[in-house]
Design a protein around this ligand. Structure first.
Ligand SMILES: CC(C)(COP(=O)(O)OP(=O)(O)OC[C@H]1O[C@@H](n2cnc3c(N)ncnc32)[C@H](O)[C@@H]1OP(=O)(O)O)[C@@H](O)C(=O)NCCC(=O)NCCS
Length: 372
């Protein structure tokens, strides 16, 4: 077995500067100085998106204009609709998100960096409508109307998906979730996007690269994996046995642990609260109870705590989101953070090109192919 490399995963090393967010080991997260708790409690996702993309909180009229713009920019180009209708239901939804962004780069390319903000807003709007359109078309054989009349992205997504009026708590849950997922410093996908931005590539390329990194189960894919796991457990009483068996088989418990936080992920407490409230009058209340028991046991056993993905699983389930769409929602929210990081990188750029410590063979004599 390969030994863990010294300094592997660049853990704990600074790879550059950012003014967008701070992630503190003890469990604190701030976007441009504002705590995640304050933002989740007081701001809408659109306000948070404005803050990250434009560098300051909007006043009422700025927010109103921004919301209207996002609203207008949601409508999908006709040719995108045809592309979506040709993608089979067997496709991984993150492949669909990657395709949507990539295709938008073909038909509405970034001609100049001056268009970057407009493109970020366009992608935020279009991906939301497009992923639900694809899901409904491929899985339910339905061509849905793209218009919902809802200004908020969270309400629009849920209404497209469920085709009914959305209870306020459900809308608030998704709105807060998008805020929690919007930005997180130099995580794997953002760093991928920044490396791409540092070559002065176009924004669509930066974002598709980032989507590829987010897809992995060790990153964004963990919310889906956590759901699959929680549904495998039959009762609160069987949690300990389930966890013990997984650990014995050297499997990870998805949604636990973090590369930076060491005792708590502040986003977890916030989404857990929503999961708890939603579970109260849900037929599937057990799912939250199982999750809570797993949280307690994992701490007792390994001093591991849930990261943001874990309680997102029951919370999303309670608001009627199919498991397949969990990670795409993370991606839609993170379009904001990825774009803001690409803007920042472009604003003060030097190509990102680290070096590696060579651990291969010593210098060797060339051997002709016939003599090998
Ligand atoms: C997030 C994560 C990738 C961080 O990785 P990391 O900083 O490299 O941490 P490590 O994998 O080195 O973990 C340190 C130790 O805790 C263990 N550990 C970490 N997360 C674990 C988990 N979810 N389940 C079981 N054990 C875990 C590791 O096996 C390792 O043990 P070891 O030292 O005996 O090998 C890792 O915790 C993980 O894979 N979690 C599950 C996936 C997940 O939820 N991802 C979403 C992140 S927001």
């Amino acid at each position: 077995m390969t030994k863990k490399l010294e300094g592997a995963g660049l853990r704990g090393q600074s790879a550059g500067q950012t003014s967008l967010s701070t992630v503190e080991q003890e469990g604190s997260l701030r976007y441009l100085g504002y705590s995640i708790e304050d933002l989740a409690k007081n701001a809408s996702f659109e306000e948070v998106a404005y803050l990250l993309l434009l560098g300051q909180l909007p006043n009422s009229s700025q927010l109103h204009d921004f919301e209207n713009e996002l609203f207008e920019l949601r409508t999908m180009p006709t040719s995108l609709v045809s592309v979506l209708e040709s993608i089979p239901s067997s496709a991984h939804p993150m492949e669909v998100i990657r395709t949507i962004i990539s295709y938008m780069g073909v038909i509405e390319p970034e001609e100049s960096f001056e268009d970057q903000l407009q493109i970020a807003k366009r992608l935020l709007g279009v991906t939301t409508s497009a992923i639900v359109y694809w899901y409904k078309f491929s899985h339910k054989n339905k061509k849905i109307d793209q218009e919902t009349g809802e200004k908020s992205l969270a309400a629009h997504f849920l209404k497209l998906l469920r085709q009914e009026e959305i209870p306020a708590l459900h809308q608030k849950t998704l709105d807060v979730s998008l805020t929690l997922y919007a930005e997180h410093e130099f995580n794997a996908s953002t760093f991928t996007g920044r490396v791409c931005a540092s070559t002065l590539s176009d924004l669509h390329s930066c974002l598709t690269a980032a989507v590829g990194s987010l897809r992995g189960p060790l990153h964004g894919g963990a919310n889906e994996e956590a759901m699959v796991m929680l549904q495998e457990v039959q009762s609160v009483e069987s949690v300990k046995n389930y966890v013990d068996q997984k650990l014995e088989n050297k499997e990870k418990i998805m949604g636990f642990g973090h590369a930076v936080y060491s005792v708590r992920d502040p986003r977890s407490d916030i989404i857990k609260d929503f999961s708890q409230k939603l579970s109260q009058d849900h037929a599937d209340k057990l799912l939250h109870d199982i999750a809570e028991e797993m949280e307690t046991y994992m701490w007792e056993l390994k001093k591991l705590f849930p990261n943001t993905d874990f309680f997102h699983a029951p919370a999303y389930h309670y608001i009627g989101i199919p498991t397949k769409l969990f990670t795409p929602l993370f991606a839609i929210a993170r379009i904001v953070g990825w774009s803001a990081h690409a803007f920042e990188q472009r604003g003060n750029n030097r190509i990102i090109r680290p070096s590696a410590d060579y651990i291969g063979p010593e210098d060797r004599e060339w051997i002709d192919i016939k003599s090998r």
